[in-house]
Design a protein around this ligand. Structure first.
Ligand SMILES: [Zn+2]
Ligand SMILES: [Zn+2]
Length: 257
């Protein structure tokens, strides 16, 4: 994520317009934090120092490679933490960018609620987290967790699809074969895992199984709490013939966060 700076060294109007389009606010002066709007110091990259401190604080801890709960690396045995050991896991591995806390929480929430310019921060963070995970080379297809068409229409975009579109990979493709066939309620923060599972049951379907069968899938979503949505998507994808189903999320939320 390199800042372009305030100088444009070309006299070609087309190039300038293209730079303005690709670099967004960084060609404007004074440069502002992409999230909170504070003025950026010369050494700041896209976010101000306070925002970076919060983001890095949320993204630096260790977590379980199966369920993404925050856990010491010493508590993980055979890729399971004490919470998910012994449970049947439909999702074979998970990578998360950070915990749903502090300004990272607000950033992920804003990204869902219209601030799509935050993709300039969130996509590179997701890309970097993904490249460091064990299943990265195995991925054949990225599948964003779909919104029901009514919610997609009301919001104007699916934040999971915006995220998935920006990911880089040597061979994996984006695939939209998974659809949400039933509108689900927005879960209250303190809904139990059982309530969450019931809410998303039979909510998804694979409309083009040939794009899924025999492939290793990486689901992409913004936030996971209990993992109920990812579990339901993975179940449907495996019924359609997916070999392994992994997941990438921006944030892992837990009760109290
Ligand atoms: Zn800021
Ligand atoms: Zn776990």
């Amino acid at each position: 994520m390199k800042r372009t700076g305030g100088q444009v060294r070309t006299g070609h109007r087309g190039n300038v317009l293209s730079l303005l389009t690709s670099a967004g606010h960084h060609l404007l002066w004074p440069a502002q934090c992409l999230f909170c709007g504070a003025l950026l110091a010369d050494q700041d990259e896209q976010l101000c120092a306070d925002c970076w401190t919060d983001v890095l604080d949320c993204t630096s801890g260790s977590y379980c490679p199966t369920c993404a709960r925050e856990v010491s690396e010493y508590a993980v045995l055979d890729r399971r933490c004490p919470e998910c050991a012994g449970q049947i896991q439909t999702v074979d591995g998970m990578v998360r960018v950070g915990v749903y806390d502090k300004r990272f929480h607000e950033m992920v929430l804003s990204f869902k609620k219209g601030a799509t310019e935050l993709r300039h921060i969130l996509v590179p963070l997701a890309d970097s987290a993904l490249k460091g995970c064990a299943f990265y080379p195995k991925i054949d297809v990225f599948v964003p967790v779909p919104l029901h068409w009514t919610r997609r229409l009301a919001r104007g975009y699916n934040q999971a699809a915006v995220l998935a579109r920006g990911l880089t990979h040597p061979h994996a493709r984006l695939c939209r074969a998974l659809v949400r066939v039933r509108a689900t309620r927005i879960q209250p923060h303190m809904a139990s895992p059982a309530q969450r599972r019931k809410n998303v049951a039979r909510a998804f379907s694979v409309k083009r199984p040939t794009q899924i069968a025999g492939r290793n899938i990486c689901l992409v979503d913004d936030i996971t709490t209990s993992g109920a949505t990812l579990h339901e998507c993975a179940k449907v994808l495996k019924q359609a013939g997916a070999v392994q189903v992994y997941a990438l999320v921006l944030a892992k939320a837990g009760h109290g966060r």
